[in-house]
Design a binder for this molecule. Structure first.
Ligand SMILES: Nc1nc2c(c(=O)[nH]1)N=C([C@H](O)[C@H](O)COP(=O)(O)OP(=O)(O)OP(=O)(O)O)CN2
Ligand SMILES: [Zn+2]
Length: 145
């Protein structure tokens, strides 16, 4: 079910890994233009995280696959995203929990973790599917996270 082909990201690194997982969460988009999405509703979000780098850690990993899932799944699964005031803000459009903003947030959380590793891998893409027909791809600009 998660074995789908994702968009490819161009990067200069020798290694690339991808981790798929999903989480269930509720949200609402607090803007008139969001229409029915202004009401609280839920999704099963499907996530694909792409990490790249030239150097491996002492275990021969770029980053442990399970760590990537834990970081995001443990934080957002079975939550109301709007309640996470560290990441989202109902008064600032660029921080509403839209698919775009959630994808960017996932990339930032992942990169913060990667920055603690001596081999310094990069999160180069986050693919976030909100519904069977809607998804966002977020690609951090080099050096932006
Ligand atoms: N650019 C964005 N547009 C919309 C977002 C968003 O995050 N970014 N979100 C929503 C809603 O939250 C909704 O969950 C998804 O909307 P939509 O794809 O329209 O959902 P449907 O299941 O109704 O889609 P159909 O393909 O028409 O069945 C809305 N827009
Ligand atoms: Zn929604």
């Amino acid at each position: 079910m998660m074995q789908q082909i994702y968009p490819q990201v161009v990067h200069p690194y020798q290694f690339e890994l991808n981790k798929d997982f999903h989480f269930a969460a509720a949200h609402y988009v607090p803007a008139e233009a969001a229409g029915k999405c202004r009401q609280v509703h839920g999704h099963t979000y499907f996530v694909n995280i792409t990490v790249a780098g030239d150097d491996l850690d002492d275990t021969g990993f770029l980053v442990n696959f399970s760590l990537l899932k834990k970081l995001v799944h443990d934080r957002f699964d079975h939550t109301l995203l709007n309640d996470d005031s560290e990441q989202f803000d109902d008064t600032v459009p660029s921080r509403f929990p839209t698919t775009e903003v959630v994808a960017k947030t996932v990339a930032e959380l992942v990169q913060q973790q990667l920055d603690t590793q001596p081999n310094r891998p990069r999160c180069v893409q986050v693919f976030l599917r909100e519904t069977p027909t809607s998804y966002v791809v977020y690609r951090p600009k080099a050096g932006s996270l």
